[in-house]
Design a protein around this ligand. Structure first.
Ligand SMILES: Nc1ncnc2c1ncn2[C@@H]1O[C@H](COP(=O)(O)OP(=O)(O)O)[C@@H](O)[C@H]1O
Ligand code: SF4
Ligand SMILES: [Mg+2]
Length: 337
């Protein structure tokens, strides 16, 4: 499969008064054409910072992407792109949608004008043609009464409708990758399911790859092809969705899986809640970042960083339990069938 995005050794810091916050600590990943990759991890694990780095949306000098980092889009170095190249790249190649559409949509313009502007910016068409395309796009994202909604302002729409308008704008120029950062977190459960179904349908229709960012492993279960589990700016485990849900290897992945609510009337078990908080990202991390919260923690876990161990061609895990001389333990999570 063709790799359209390849991120190598991404390291991102924020220079704050309290010190250097090392938000992303050397992560590697790639996205294949048309696939869905999900980043899952608790709040503060570096998911949004990674997503924004791909879009080059982080502002220097507060944020710094370290020189050794590389983000290749179809072989081109995104970190070296100039202003014009970036304008072309954002929208035509890679687009992003956010948790809160109101931070992205312009409250002073109608939804229609915003989609039209996005078409005119990226394609060589006139306003009349762009309006026609905007209308088509609102129909594609299944906005009822699209003609009328074209002239509505964002505040006149419900949260779910605004999310659809943002998706329409992001997909207007058929990007190869859509970065969706917690796209359903602010919505209620029914609307959440509708938006996820819509994203899935659009992915097939436009052959768009999706980078889905979420703190909720439950959201990705029917949606992701591959999953990366993030923690304290690192990837602790990665694998296909089948591997992560059926053969998870990392204690943090087990904890996340145990915290996903199960929809069964026979299920009377109390939901598992992971205790403690992630480490302070200002401090150096020379050992397993999960050590302070891990029920399997050994002495070595507090003194040295575990290697990334290959489990299969697609699954990798960073945990001392995978060392050949480590004690063999029962997996901390088993999926009920
Ligand atoms: N503007 C900022 N200034 C300082 N630190 C930041 C800033 N944005 C993010 N961070 C740091 O980066 C870490 C990762 O943030 P983020 O990627 O937003 O997490 P999440 O996984 O919840 O999306 C945060 O815990 C925070 O310490
Ligand atoms: S390396 Fe040690 S502390 Fe870290 S997850 Fe594995 S067992 Fe737990
Ligand atoms: Mg985030």
């Amino acid at each position: 499969m063709e790799k359209i995005l390849e991120v190598k050794n991404l390291e991102v810091s924020f220079h704050t008064y309290a010190g250097e916050v090392r938000a992303v600590r050397g992560i590697n990943f790639h996205i294949h054409k048309g696939e869905t990759l999900a980043f899952v991890g608790e709040s503060g694990s570096g998911k949004t910072v990674t997503a924004k780095s791909i879009m080059r949306l982080l502002k220097a000098p507060l944020a710094e992407i370290k020189e050794s980092s590389s983000i290749l889009y179809k072989g081109r170095e995104v970190l070296q792109m100039n202003k014009t190249e970036l304008q072309d790249y954002r929208g035509n190649d890679v687009s992003m949608i956010f948790q809160d559409p109101m931070t992205f949509l312009n409250p002073t313009m109608t939804c229609g004008d915003q989609i039209i502007e996005s078409f005119i910016l990226h394609q060589d068409i006139n306003k009349r043609e762009a309006r026609q395309k905007a209308l088509e796009m609102l129909n594609v994202v299944r906005i009822p009464d699209a003609e009328k909604r074209l002239d509505a302002y964002p505040h006149e729409l419900s949260g779910g409708m605004r999310q659809r308008v943002m998706i329409a704008m992001a997909l207007a120029c058929s990007p190869s990758i859509l970065v969706a950062d917690e796209p359903t977190t602010a919505l209620d459960v029914t609307i959440q399911a509708q938006i996820m179904a819509l994203l899935n349908a659009l992915k097939v229709k436009f052959d768009t790859a999706i980078l889905l960012v979420t703190h909720d492993l439950g959201v990705v279960s029917n949606f992701a092809d591959r999953i990366q589990i993030m923690y304290a700016g690192k990837v602790l485990e990665e694998g296909t969705a089948m591997e992560i849900f059926y053969k998870p290897q990392h204690p943090y992945t087990w904890a996340l899986l145990k915290s996903v609510p199960k929809l069964s009337k026979h299920n009377k078990q109390e939901l598992y809640a992971l205790k403690g908080t992630p480490p302070d990202l200002i401090l150096p991390l020379e050992h397993c970042p999960f050590a302070a919260r891990c029920e399997y923690c050994m002495k070595i876990c507090r003194t040295a960083m575990p290697d990334r161990t290959k489990i299969t061609e697609t699954q990798y895990v960073s945990c001392w339990l995978k060392h050949e001389k480590a004690p063999v333990i029962e997996p901390g999570y088993k999926r009920e069938v």
